[in-house]
Design a protein around this ligand. Structure first.
Ligand code: PRP
Length: 212
């Protein structure tokens, strides 16, 4: 086993959960637990190398082959339309993409709907299928503020517990798609590392079965 398997993890809680799964199936890298600001960790014994990257960059590293596999939210995959293999639903990071607005908001087709979102492609595609005219207002966070300040009519955003919406007097209006973390692979590297990556998938599936 000469080559290292390069794994891109999303920085943050989701990445830590994903690492726990990978450690649990024999892809551990103990140095990653050290509390420091390093971004790359290797385990010489089992030839794995982990990178902590910004969640929205994981698929970029994988698509370009800098990482062989990665863990990424389905929201990001849908938004970026990345050219990678989606191998497995890890069943973590579960939430949903939804349209939300101030309580009592009605979605009407009589005027162009102003949609604030971090996910313009997902929003455009959703409203295109509903044959609704929209104007996208691209934001990078705290999306919930936009309808409160009447900058947008609705938002398209991630809803996990629903607390952020509730505490800002907003409500979900329509669900777009369920979201969870996915294991993805670079297309060329998947052929090259087929045995190892398939084994990784099988073990994760076994672990998920046991946890049911
Ligand atoms: C996400 C999302 C919502 C919130 C939903 O925001 O954009 O604001 O979580 O979670 P909840 O339903 O459990 O309240 P994030 O924390 O990523 O921050 P952001 O405002 O920068 O998008």
């Amino acid at each position: 086993m000469a080559e290292y398997l390069n794994i891109a993890l999303p920085k943050g809680r989701l990445g830590e959960k994903a690492y726990d799964i990978l450690e649990g199936i024999g892809f551990g890298c103990p140095s990653i637990r050290e509390q420091n600001r390093k971004l790359i960790f290797e385990n010489e014994e089992n030839h794995v190398r982990y990178f902590w990257v910004k969640p929205s960059d994981v698929a970029v590293y994988v698509e370009r082959g800098a990482a062989d596999v990665g863990i990424v939210g389905k929201d990001i995959l849908l938004e970026q339309g990345s050219d990678v293999y989606e191998l497995l639903d890890l069943g973590i990071g579960k939430c949903r993409m939804a349209v939300a607005g101030i309580k009592g908001t009605r979605l009407t087709t009589d005027k162009t709907l102003r949609v604030a979102t971090k996910f313009p492609n997902i929003a455009r595609e959703y409203f295109r299928r509903q044959s609704m005219e929209i104007e996208i207002i691209k934001l990078h966070g705290s999306i919930e503020i936009a309808p409160i300040l009447h900058m947008s009519d609705v938002i398209v955003d991630i809803v996990e517990t629903g607390t952020t919406l509730k505490e800002n007097n907003l409500e979900p209006l329509e669900d777009i798609v369920p979201i969870s973390a996915r294991l993805i692979a670079n297309k060329a590297s998947y052929q090259f590392n087929y045995e190892r990556v398939r084994k990784m998938c099988e073990k994760i599936e076994e672990l998920r079965e046991k946890a049911k």
